[in-house]
Design a protein around this ligand. Structure first.
Ligand SMILES: Cc1cc2nc3c(=O)[nH]c(=O)nc-3n(C[C@H](O)[C@H](O)[C@H](O)COP(=O)(O)O)c2cc1C
Length: 230
């Protein structure tokens, strides 16, 4: 199979990436998601089985995973996502107002727009849930619950990548969490939604490391110090 071509991959084939390559090239994939090619349920389950091996507090497994492949439900979930994007454009969350300084910001915005406009075409969406509500939780409890599910979600994304599929971590619909809960019959008083993840084969499998702020800017030894250049 030519490098970077996954058209011939069957659902049990793996790319055989070494661990460092997997960790540095698992990207937020949007424009290169193949919306035409079906994703078998077995493949989603295989990646979820791997994800369930992630660490979680007291091994309580405080998660639930709603995998969506019903086209009508995907369409409705994508509508909620688009409406949440429109909310963000009208009233950007404070934390993201400075993002225009980040290298590649324009491309990122374009790619995010593309995903929003095409999410309804995704063959599968995944909605990971934390078993618990965090509104009244202190830092210990909320950190423990978030960190009991987030590593598993990332493992899921790594497992997809190794099989020639991709996803993008998205949280934008969470401003409309209740609507999504209503759509999917999620007991909203018990579960917290983590995000919404398109799942699709990727067009090609060659992905590269991305820009990040250099380590010297973000690491200090022994005591906190401002990063070099900050
Ligand atoms: C917590 C979190 C929330 C994100 N939310 C969205 C989102 O709502 N929509 C989107 O298109 N991408 C979203 N992303 C993807 C980021 O934009 C992406 O990870 C970032 O630009 C770095 O790109 P890379 O993952 O390919 O390195 C999110 C990522 C994270 C970790």
């Amino acid at each position: 199979m030519p490098a970077g071509d996954n058209r011939a991959m069957d659902s049990t084939r793996k790319l055989g990436l070494d661990a460092d390559t997997l960790l540095t090239t698992t990207r937020a994939v949007r424009r290169r998601l193949d919306f035409e090619r079906p994703v078998p349920r077995d493949l989603v389950d295989a990646c979820l089985e791997l994800a369930l091996q992630a660490p979680n507090g007291s091994n309580l497994n405080p998660w639930h995973w709603v995998a969506i492949d019903d086209p009508g439900t995907i369409e409705a979930a994508a509508r909620i996502y688009r409406e949440a994007i429109a909310d963000q454009i009208a009233r950007p969350a404070h934390a993201f107002r400075d993002a225009s300084r980040v290298p590649g910001h324009e491309r990122l915005m374009e790619s995010s727009r593309y995903l929003a406009e095409n999410l309804h075409r995704a063959p599968v969406l995944l909605l990971p849930l934390i078993d618990g509500r965090l509104e009244d939780a202190d830092l210990f409890v909320s950190a423990s619950l978030w960190a009991s599910v987030v590593p598993a979600v990332w493992s899921f994304m790594l497992a997809l990548r190794e099989r020639g599929l991709g996803s993008a971590w998205t949280t934008v619909h969470l401003t409309r969490e209740r609507e999504m809960a209503g759509l999917l019959d999620v007991p909203a008083e018990r579960y917290t939604q983590v995000g919404l993840f398109p799942v699709a084969w990727t067009r090609g499998t060659d992905f590269r490391p991305a820009w990040r702020a250099p380590l010297e800017q973000v690491r200090s030894w022994n005591v906190w110090r401002p990063g070099a250049g900050s």
